[in-house]
Write a new protein. Structure first.
Length: 422
């Protein structure tokens, strides 16, 4: 089998995902995707006529994000017309899945050069969701239940699921607030030291004006005292009737867990930020890289997908990590760094506790609580982040995973390399 190598990874800064507040909110999602695709092309002197495919992740494929964004953005970025493109959706996990599928194509020998990645403009999706709610359509991405699955796999709002897991697992508000505080402090340090500079490319308007060249979401001034004052975010929506039957988000969880008393722990300071962003990862075979004078930065060791309880929704990262380790023939002790998406603080806290990890190895540059979570792009961002950090610390192996709606988690293990693996 061929090896699949990561040659380069780039991303935009993350802009606040609110119309009228975020620097990227007026941009077209195709422009964000084209920004990172163009950067991959230019940084690597990539002959795009040799790119076999562009595999792209977008969670809310609606409105301006509808259609095949992978193909359209590649054309917008000036890629050769022979470079095809496709777009996928695994909710939050799509940005990992796009890279995993690229690796599978390369390892199988079916393709030699793929650009994978993702885009999400949450400043747009929030507006789409409001319009649909007003039209009487409850969008799945917001966690509303599906009538046909209600009796078997009731699915609630993600925030209610986070609170349910925290209640079920015995986490305290203080423990979860500490995850949020740690994320902000680590992100602030990473930004101050320029740890993201290798991967971040500015978003520039068509007239050459720089739209955004820095992270817009972090709140480095955050204190533990500030977090303790914040009101839980999901208390009010937990018991709002969703239909004529009187179903509620809390009730959907209690259909499967009738004895679970859901307390409310999560708020804006210990939950992922709503942002806009895009990321791209260049994946090639060793033969292609040698032929085109490209130097590998990392080897993709193993990938995996895992499903778990759709009702609790956010618990699949731990079994996904175990599965990808088994596929790689590795142990937890061999992994130098971990990236677990901070969708909600409980996801990261449970991941660290259940796997008995040291926080010194986990999300060392902060995570989505501080930096934001552009749904379809985050997984690709995290892969780039871990490659950068393995290089900075001169470490070898990194593992990336994240929860996704429907009770799923993709995972990937990468190995930092300085040359090709025979």
């Amino acid at each position: 089998m061929a090896e699949a190598y990561i040659i380069d990874a780039v991303r935009t800064p993350r802009g606040i995902g609110k119309q009228g507040k975020g620097a990227l909110a007026e941009q077209h999602p195709q422009h964000l995707a084209a920004t990172v695709l163009k950067a991959i092309k230019e940084r690597n002197n990539l002959d795009t006529a040799t790119v076999d495919d562009v595999i792209w992740s977008v969670s809310t494929q609606d409105g301006l994000q509808a259609g095949d964004l992978g193909r359209m953005a590649a054309l917008d970025a000036g890629y050769d017309v022979t470079s095809s493109g496709t777009t996928l959706d695994r909710f939050c996990g799509g940005g990992i899945t796009s890279v995993n599928l690229a690796a599978a194509q390369v390892i199988s020998g079916m393709e030699d050069c793929i650009v994978a990645g993702g885009t999400e403009m949450m400043s747009l999706t929030a507006a789409m969701s409001k319009e649909k709610m007003q039209a009487g359509i409850k969008p799945m991405m917001m966690g509303s239940y599906n009538e046909r699955l209600q009796g078997v796999h009731p699915q609630s709002h993600q925030g209610i699921c986070g609170d349910a897991i925290a209640s079920k697992e015995g986490f305290t508000r203080e423990e979860l607030d500490e995850v949020g505080y740690r994320s902000q402090k680590r992100a602030a340090e990473a930004i101050a030291e320029g740890r993201f500079d290798k991967s971040v490319v500015p978003v520039v308007a068509d007239d050459g004006t720089v739209v955004l060249d820095r992270e817009e979401y972090p709140r480095p001034q955050t204190t533990r005292e500030d977090l303790a004052k914040l009101e839980p975010a999901f208390t009010k929506i937990a018991d709002v009737p969703l239909d004529a039957k009187g179903n509620t988000f809390r009730g959907l969880v209690n259909q499967k867990y009738p004895d679970l008393e859901i307390e409310h722990f999560h708020h804006a300071g210990n939950s992922s930020g709503v942002v806009d962003g895009a990321a791209a990862v260049l994946v090639t075979s060793g033969e292609y890289a040698k032929k085109h004078g490209l130097k590998p930065r990392a080897r993709i060791v193993a990938t995996a997908n895992m499903g778990d309880d759709p009702t609790l929704m956010l618990n699949a990262p731990v079994p996904a990590a175990k599965k990808v380790l088994e596929k790689a023939g590795m142990t937890l002790d061999e992994i130098d760094l971990f990236e677990i998406n901070e969708a909600f603080a409980v996801v990261a806290a449970k991941f660290v506790r259940d796997l008995d990890l040291d926080w010194d190895k986990v999300n060392v540059n902060g995570g989505s609580i501080a930096l934001g979570h552009p749904i379809g792009a985050t997984g690709s961002i995290l892969i780039g982040t871990i490659v950068d950090e393995l290089e900075r610390q001169d470490k070898r192996y990194g593992l990336v995973t994240m929860c996704a709606a429907g009770g799923m988690a993709p995972a990937i293990i990468v190995e930092r390399v300085d040359d090709f693996v025979d």
